[in-house]
Design a protein. Structure first.
Length: 246
């Protein structure tokens, strides 16, 4: 797809943002990420200027998103859409088979014991195996996640990302979450914009493309996104122009 920079941002658009690798730089572990005041202020300004048409779309749980942005409970989709805080508040959660989830939790926890550098993140409704600190364990992490599908059943699926592989309930993704937001005010009737960097964001890109909106890929790699920005700093600089247009 095109490597052109996206058009100038407009306050009439509806904005959807991935977090890690898009608005914030990666860290060795998800809990090591730190948010500076400039980013919080940038998002708050955009949220007010658009009348609230801004949402965060992350693989992180919503509780974790709120830890990063504690005084700004803006609309958000967590765990790739398994949970979603609506524009008017209240969190909707995707129904999952709890008994199977518990079975997987026991097995995958035991399997990662003694694997230095491999981090298991239990998100409550899904599990992420991070191998950023030990790339040599990539094959093991992916084999382990696939082996858990037998215990999890057809209602679960594998989600690949940057130095991470996840086992999560099927049926929800960032694209589906964007569609749900677009049926609600203040998102309804606007041009959808989704900015992301990872394979998990391709669902969102495809959905925004079907809606006739702007899909923006951050960094390198093949993508269905129509536009591209080189890195996190470029995303922030691009968004700052929306405030300048105000």
């Amino acid at each position: 797809m095109s490597r052109r920079k996206p058009p100038q941002p407009k306050l009439e658009w509806a904005y959807f943002f991935d977090l890690d690798g898009t608005l914030i730089d990666f860290a060795d572990t998800p809990s090591a990420v730190r948010i500076n005041a400039d980013l919080r202020l940038l998002l708050q300004r955009l949220y007010r200027a658009t009348g609230g048409a801004v949402a965060l779309m992350s693989g992180r749980p919503i509780a974790d998103i709120d830890r990063l942005f504690p005084r700004a409970p803006i609309p958000a989709a967590g765990q790739h859409g398994l949970e979603r805080r609506r524009a008017r508040g209240g969190i909707a959660r995707h129904a999952i088979p709890r008994a199977r989830l518990q079975r997987v939790r026991r097995r995958i926890t035991a399997a990662v014991q003694g694997r230095a550098g491999l981090l298991l993140e239990d998100k409550g409704s899904s599990f992420a195996l991070h191998y950023r600190r030990a790339p040599r364990l990539a094959s093991y992490a992916h084999r382990l996640a696939r082996s858990m599908l037998a215990a999890a059943g057809r209602q679960f699926c594998i989600q690949r990302g940057k130095y991470v592989v996840e086992l999560r309930p099927a049926g929800k993704d960032k694209g589906a979450a964007i569609l749900e937001f677009m049926h609600e005010p203040p998102f309804r009737g606007r041009t959808a914009v989704f900015v992301g960097d990872d394979a998990t964001d391709e669902f969102g890109f495809a959905t925004v493309n079907r809606l006739g909106g702007h899909s923006v890929k951050v960094g390198r790699g093949s993508t269905v996104a129509r536009w591209r920005l080189p890195h996190v700093r470029a995303v922030r600089e691009w968004l700052a122009r929306a405030g300048a247009r105000r």
